[in-house]
Design a protein around this ligand. Structure first.
Ligand code: FES
Ligand code: FES
Length: 892
């Protein structure tokens, strides 16, 4: 033990610490300063724990407190508060550099340390200073801009007031980048994520997970573990009173496995103890006997004759749906040019920075009532998940509260750690916190599916696309989750941006013992669009047409039909290609300077047309008039970082003609909101924003009719003060089981991306030089929120294209995952066109996933132009590129 004195945020403190205690624990546990976060299991990989010690940015997870006697420490709480923020905190909010906000405190403190020593840093100096700090949401561009803005504030060149005045357009709240309502609490470290929430008397959990992909559980011996200090007990499948199945679409995923494990990471049991260390120590003494079972490692193995079934009650081929439009086989025969290729995408991790923390506690009981369990997590579908938990755990009186969320990108479409936390709380009748490591978070979460696609694309002599065939198989992994929805969405968007008169598709979804797939930003379309847009490029090459002209010629036009047979009314894709044209010509011309030498530059184009508001989709929201003339909005619109707080506030304020400050949001609690579907499929602006407009219209009608301005006046006039709004896509129902023809999305968002990529022919390394994106998202509510989504998505798409992959048992942290850092970031330009969508809220539609739909094919098409190779299997790693270059050279 050592006695140390520290000055923390200007206050002298005295501690007696063990030699291994790190500063992060001292701040979070001893002082309750939870602004410093932990993402990377204290490996120095994430920077979320950055604080300032004696003027330098340090990783507090690696800094021993005992070495800090006499030091001055500044945590994010010492910089400013939401009421009185520091200029750097203001800059991050005003530059829209805060999305989920999990990385933000660390980023701000790294920026402060830089700006204290260098008041006018260049981009490279900013990148160097922030090289330890990861962000999954922003693509880093707005973070660099925020540091530059902060520098201008600190140099006195401008002020936050001047910036706010510049932003505020008095006539309209639409199309204005108002700072997000939640920005300052996130930038000041006062917003609480699940792991920041202290619950008095809570047990901590440690969970045993399978290290093998397929085995029978023969025997579990917990006798030694149960005797360990601090251990309250152990929860097993047999202790769960409900179905023990987390059923989203199909009841195949257990909360805890009782008979078999089906992938590396399947949970077997949970130890509850007074401290996390005690729970982990006891877990080491649990003995489990497993009998290995044959491992189904691929869809081919799953469909082989005599293959074992991953689930006894469901066949390995778990979904099949053809799509047939016209006569593709006849069209192929009559076509002048046909290309054929097989494309494959990898298993990928969605990689939110926040680990999969959850908690559960018992509310004080009312006399004679069943006690109420409150579950805390970062669900994006709190009502549906509540129902899943009630059924799985056999406990009715529960509610779900969404904490601040450190990103999710599709993972939280399903229940993840909350099932175990709530099961343990019920078993022990105690509050529980389950704060897993990053390594365990990676094991437990769903992943982006493997798509294996055998493709043919054909054109006539004039370069008109005539036919498209795709035999696509999706590796489901061990559990169904949203299952066929991924395939279904892929079919709804299969023909992408194009007019393709003849389509012949076979789609299959197959169980394996791989990590279970579910939603991952785009959920299907990024994979099928990768195949389509690379095939389009191959065909353009074969036909001998320019990449942009070929796409322009084949764009779908209003009145024509998609692969589902549904016609479209507006389709502003040709206009976006024209927006991109001058950039394309500039980029192609610049790339000519790289025709020789080891580094070659290529320019790739890809498009995307992404559906919003699926068949039969519904949304609800409630608007209530307040006494001050403001409006309260009640809507289960999760906010894992996209800016749904801005969207709801700006729509409500604009429509009601009130200041933003008079809009109050209630979005995070099942007790306060009605079910409204997941914050997934880019649907929240369109569906919940649409439902809110409907509620506001009713409220405004009542106010107009009565002349009431306040809730008292409205009630006195005999009218309700609270209105339930709804929105529904009336084009509903399943696809035809034989032809895949049928209903489709109510709205579409379109984008064209232009990737400039350099390939080093010696090392095989592909490097992003620039990404230019043109998007038509309908009426823009908040431009910075739109561009923030697009930049973050392009960064994620480039990672998907070039480096990221999840390999079960090997990918355990951000290094092995190859998380894109600020050093990998690249300049991005975004151009917005606005074609109002007739049924969207004030003409808006959604963009959250659009941004990565064209990215991977744009990058792969650029690699083709640069190096003459086709990388048909993602990711395009240096090893793969080198092997393809070598194979190409051998053929010549
Ligand atoms: S928790 Fe310190 S660097 Fe990740
Ligand atoms: S805002 Fe950076 S991780 Fe979400």
């Amino acid at each position: 033990m050592k006695n140390i004195k520290l000055q923390v945020n200007g206050v002298e403190r005295d501690f007696i610490v063990e030699k291994d205690r790190v500063l992060l624990d001292l701040l979070r546990e001893d002082l309750g300063l939870t602004g410093a976060k932990q993402s990377c299991d204290r490996k120095g990989q994430c920077g979320a724990c950055t604080v300032i010690v004696n003027g330098r940015a340090v990783l507090s997870c690696l800094t021993k407190a005992a070495s800090l006697d006499g030091a001055q420490v500044i945590s994010i709480e010492g910089l400013g508060t939401p009421e009185n923020p520091h200029l750097i905190q203001e800059a991050f909010v005003l530059a829209s550099a805060v999305q989920c906000g999990f990385c933000t405190p660390g980023m701000i403190l790294a920026a402060k340390a830089l700006l204290d020593s260098n008041p006018d840093p260049g981009v490279e100096q900013i990148k160097h200073a922030l090289r330890h700090n990861l962000c999954r949401c922003t693509g880093y561009q707005k973070i660099i801009e925020a540091v530059q803005l902060a520098a201008r504030f600190l140099r006195g060149e401008t002020t936050p007031e001047a910036m706010r005045a510049e932003l505020a357009v008095p006539e309209s709240l639409m199309g204005v980048s108002h700072p997000r309502p939640l920005g300052l609490p996130l930038a000041c470290g006062t917003a609480h994520f699940t792991g920041d929430i202290k619950i008095q008397g809570a047990l901590e959990l440690a969970v045993l997970r399978s290290a093998v992909p397929h085995a029978r559980i023969d025997r579990i011996d917990t006798s030694e573990a149960e005797k360990m200090p601090g251990v309250a007990g152990i929860v097993k499948a047999s202790d769960i009173k409900g179905t023990n199945r987390l059923k989203l679409q199909r009841p195949d995923r257990p909360v805890l496995c009782g008979d078999k494990v089906r992938y590396i990471g399947d949970p077997i049991l949970a130890v509850g103890a007074e401290t996390k260390e005690q729970a982990e120590a006891a877990l080491k003494l649990v003995k489990v006997d497993l009998t290995p079972l044959p491992v189904i490692g691929s869809w081919e193995e799953a469909l082989a004759a005599g293959a074992v079934q991953v689930h006894d009650e469901f066949p390995n081929l778990c979904y099949e749906q053809p799509q047939v439009k016209g006569d593709a086989q006849a069209a192929l025969k009559d076509s002048a040019s046909v290309i054929q290729a097989r494309f494959k995408t990898q298993i990928n991790h969605q990689a939110p920075l926040e680990p999969e923390a959850s908690a559960a506690y018992w509310e004080d009981e009312e006399e004679g009532e069943e006690p109420k369990l409150v579950v805390i997590g970062r669900s994006i579908n709190i009502h549906f998940h509540l129902g899943m938990l009630q059924e799985a755990l056999g406990w009715e009186n529960m509610s779900y509260r969404e904490a601040y969320s450190g990103g999710q990108f599709g993972i939280k479409v399903d229940v993840i750690s909350e099932g175990i936390a709530a099961a343990a709380a019920i078993h022990f009748r105690r509050p529980v916190r389950y704060i897993p490591s990053l390594a365990e978070s990676m094991l437990m979460t769903s992943k982006r599916h493997i798509f294996d696609m055998d493709v043919k694309l054909a054109a006539d002599v004039e370069g008109n696309i005539t036919a498209y065939c795709n035999d696509l198989v999706v590796d489901k992994g061990a559990y169904y989750s949203i299952g066929h929805v991924v395939v279904y969405r892929s079919l709804l968007m299969l023909s992408g941006s194009y007019n393709i008169p003849n389509v012949d598709v076979r789609s299959r979804l197959v169980y394996t013992n791989n990590p279970w797939g579910s939603a991952a930003r785009g959920a299907g379309p990024p994979q099928v669009n990768f195949a389509l847009e690379c095939a389009v490029e191959m065909l353009a090459e074969k036909v001998g047409m320019d990449s942009l002209e070929f796409r322009l010629k084949n764009c779908l036009r209003p009145g024509q039909t998609k692969s589902t047979g549904r016609g479209v009314t507006e389709w502003p894709l040709p206009e976006l290609l024209e927006v991109i044209r001058p950039h394309y010509e500039r980029a192609v011309s610049e790339a000519k300077a790289f025709r020789d030498g080891p580094v070659r530059r290529g320019v790739g184009i890809a498009t995307g047309s992404f559906g919003i508001g699926g068949p039969g989709d519904t949304g609800t929201a409630v608007a209530q008039l307040n006494e001050d003339g403001g409006v309260s909005v009640f809507a289960a619109a999760a906010n894992p970082g996209e800016g749904n707080d801005s969207m709801l506030s700006q729509l409500a304020a604009e429509y009601m003609g009130i200041p933003l400050q008079k809009v109050r949001l209630y979005t995070r609690d099942t007790d306060l909101t009605a079910a409204s579907g997941p914050a997934a499929a880019s649907r929240i602006t369109y569906m919940i924003g649409g439902a809110l407009m409907n509620a506001l219209e009713q409220l405004k009608d009542a106010m107009r009719e009565t002349g009431a301005k306040t809730s008292t006046e409205l009630a006195a006039a005999g009218k309700a003060v609270r209105y339930l709004g709804g929105k529904k896509n009336e084009d509903a129902g399943p696809l035809d089981p034989k032809t895949g023809q049928g209903p489709s999305f109510e709205s579409q968002v379109h984008a064209v991306q232009l990737a400039e990529v350099e390939v080093n022919l010696e090392t095989g390394e592909a490097k992003m030089i620039r990404m230019t994106t043109a998007v038509d998202p309908g009426t823009v509510i908040n431009p910075n929120n739109v561009t923030g989504q697009l930049e973050g998505g392009a960064d994620m798409g480039a990672g998907f294209a070039l480096r990221e992959q999840y390999i079960a048992g090997q990918t355990k942290d951000w290094i092995t995952f190859k998380f894109p850092t600020i050093r990998h970031s690249f300049p991005m330009e975004t151009y917005l066109r606005q074609t109002p969508r007739p049924k969207g809220p004030m003409g808006a539609t959604g963009v959250g996933e659009m941004c990565m739909v064209p990215t991977a094919p744009a990058v792969i098409n650029a690699i083709r132009k640069a190096a003459g190779i086709w990388v048909c299997e993602l990711p395009a790693t240096p090893e793969k590129i080198k092997a393809l270059l070598k194979a190409g050279a051998a053929q010549q």
